[in-house]
Design a protein around this ligand. Structure first.
Ligand code: HEC
Length: 120
């Protein structure tokens, strides 16, 4: 009986530690799961701010200093070059630079994906 509850205790301790560790790692490497389709890359790296459909309504939005420029569905008037530069080098205080996290190809793929989100 006693040994069992100790084992249960250890199990939950390990479980909690694993959960805390993975949460902490997720915090320090915001873009770790970069692989996959352009949609997956967008979901993993961008949607927390830009929203699943690019509307600028992601769950992290409340914590941002600026919420302007988050809506990616109204970028039609901006050139590929301009948006690519923003994705690569970041912008303002809250849009992170992605050139060290995503390859050039991945950034171009995501740009193409963003174009599909645009309001027609
Ligand atoms: C931490 C929040 C955050 C994350 C994560 C994020 N962005 Fe942004 N992004 C912003 C903010 C804020 C702006 C507006 C910056 C400004 O205009 O000052 C922005 C602007 C942009 C713009 C320019 C839009 C325009 O109209 O000029 C593009 C394109 C963009 N982000 C793409 C991405 C992509 C692609 C990813 C994922 C690889 C991403 N963002 C991840 C916060 C974020």
């Amino acid at each position: 009986m006693k040994a069992n509850s100790i084992r249960t205790g250890i199990f939950f301790l390990v479980l909690a530690t694993t959960m805390i560790l993975s949460a902490a790692c997720g915090e320090s490497t915001p873009a770790a799961p970069a692989a996959g389709s352009s949609q997956e890359m967008f979901m993993n790296n961008c949607a927390k701010c830009h929203g699943l459909k690019g509307l600028g309504d992601g769950p992290s939005v409340g914590a941002l200093r600026t919420q302007a420029g988050l809506n990616l569905t109204i970028t039609a008037s901006k050139s590929d070059d301009e948006l690519y530069k923003t994705i690569s080098s970041g912008k303002g205080s809250d849009m992170p630079p992605w050139e060290l996290v995503l390859t050039k190809e991945q950034r171009l793929d995501i740009l193409k994906y963003i174009r599909t989100l645009a309001v027609k």
